[in-house]
Design a protein around this ligand. Structure first.
Ligand SMILES: Cc1ncc(C[n+]2csc(CCOP(=O)(O)OP(=O)(O)O)c2C)c(N)n1
Ligand SMILES: [Mg+2]
Length: 424
């Protein structure tokens, strides 16, 4: 507890640059619109009238969209149904918009390279985020440096926003380490494979943040399939009754491996929040502006002490579940084609071009940068050394243990049994 308290101490001064690797000013830096000076109450703060309004409003909202698939900016009028969310990106600059575009393009390029590396035998497995770039970049850029992020195994775009070097994501998928980065360096937890468990970790962490009296937010990512896990419901309830400053960010990519959405839920997922007593909102997860706006809104109210919120980012997994999966066995190609028309990168490009916010030079430079990233990723992965085969025995217990000693000896004998055992 003492150790993690140090990690979650606010390390930010007002207006400081948000975490991230973009050259342009990170879009997430203006996320504190509603002010952060409101005192957070620890423990079981009662639901405020603002929370109740938001809950009602959130539950009535079908799909928050601020950028259409055709690249038209919508929802900007004061009387728009989404005016409150739109206000969180009202002052976004062309530079910041180009930054979001760059983030999405580079993330997609990195993801494509990782998929190719798996096909070439350089990685054991890869979980592609193709199609989910806007949900991840929008929400990731809404986080502040002192916020804490609990990802699943697919949050490569969020990792990018948190400033985790993409090559660090690949060690575990190559099987050369058990993680690949220090979670406290970027307040980005290690990838979690056990479906839904990180929702509880995030909630517990958020309860700790509240007890510390800090104004940081916590965000837990999970999928539509994870929503069926008991852990997620338990996390919702704990977060609600303890008024924890946690945002539940569910990327509904329509599939949990081969299980479709209809098998997960009878009601739209965002409406589940209502039953737990906090607001839920469904956002167009292929719309980076709406994802940014809604996540800023949710983190802001968490910082103000108004408790948790559920965001359902409605999106689509364009690729396979992982490189071990063949989606043609359980879904039709025309489904993917329909979602391709809603591509998150294409719609922002259309907007940038029609608003004259980016010229050919920008796109060409980005293309070159993407290729350079792909090349660097290839080189770093291929040069990753194999781990010491016995290292796994070193970290099971702080001190020695008879059973581990026995297992180590057995493993050594097994290794020595190979004909080419020299040097083991
Ligand atoms: C507790 C648990 N049960 C089952 C699995 C096997 N499993 C791995 S991914 C997955 C589907 C998850 O779907 P979803 O939550 O929608 O996330 P997505 O992969 O679509 O991003 C399952 C069942 C697991 N990793 N953990
Ligand atoms: Mg899913």
């Amino acid at each position: 507890m003492t150790e993690s308290t140090a990690a979650r101490k606010p390390r930010r001064s007002a207006g400081s640059k948000a975490a991230g690797t973009t050259g342009t000013k990170a879009a997430g830096t203006t996320g504190t619109k509603a002010g952060t000076d409101a005192k957070r109450t620890t423990g079981t703060k009662r639901t405020t009238s603002t929370t109740r309004t938001a809950a009602k409003k959130g539950s009535e909202t079908e799909l928050v969209q601020l950028l259409t698939p055709e690249g038209e900016r919508v929802g900007t009028a004061a009387n728009s149904a989404y005016a409150e969310y739109a206000s969180y990106v009202a002052d976004i600059t062309p530079d910041e918009l180009r930054g979001l575009y760059r983030d999405m393009v580079l993330t997609r390029r990195f993801d494509a390279e990782a998929t190719a590396l798996q096909r070439q035998g350089e990685l054991g497995l890869w979980a592609s985020l193709l199609g989910q770039e806007a949900a991840q970049i929008g929400s990731g850029r809404a986080t502040r440096e002192d916020d804490y992020v609990f990802p699943t195994y697919r949050e490569h775009g969020v990792a990018w926003c948190r400033g985790v070097d993409p090559t660090n994501l690949l060690g575990m998928f190559r099987g050369v380490n058990n993680g690949g980065w220090d979670p406290n360096s970027n307040n980005f937890h290690l990838y979690t494979i056990v479906i839904g468990s990180q929702a509880l970790h995030a909630t517990g962490y958020a309860m700790g943040v509240a007890k510390d009296g800090a104004d940081s937010g916590v965000i837990a990512y999970f999928g539509d399939g994870a929503s069926s896990q008991g852990d997620v419901s338990e996390a919702f309830n704990f977060a609600a009754v303890y008024n924890a400053p946690v945002v539940f960010f569910c990327q509904n990519n329509q599939w949990a491996i081969s299980e479709s959405n209809e098998k997960q839920t009878r009601v739209p997922l965002y409406q589940r929040a209502q039953g737990f007593g906090f607001p839920g909102v469904r956002v167009d997860g292929n719309d980076v502006l709406a994802s940014l706006a809604v996540t800023r809104w949710a983190l802001d109210r968490a910082r103000r002490g108004e408790g948790p919120a559920l965001i359902e980012a409605y999106t689509y997994r364009m690729g396979a579940h992982t490189t071990s999966d063949d989606p043609s066995r359980y879904r039709h190609d025309d489904e993917r084609a329909a979602w391709e028309a809603k591509d998150p990168i294409l719609r922002l490009r259309r907007f940038l071009e029609s608003a004259n916010h980016a010229d050919e030079g920008f796109f060409a430079e980005l293309e070159a940068e993407s290729e350079a990233l792909g090349k660097r990723v290839r080189e770093v992965v291929r040069a990753m050394p194999d781990p010491d085969r016995f290292a796994i025995f070193e970290h099971a217990y702080a001190d020695g243990h008879a059973l581990v000693d026995e297992e180590r000896a057995q493993f050594a004998a097994y290794q020595a049994s190979f004909a080419d055992a020299e040097g083991v």
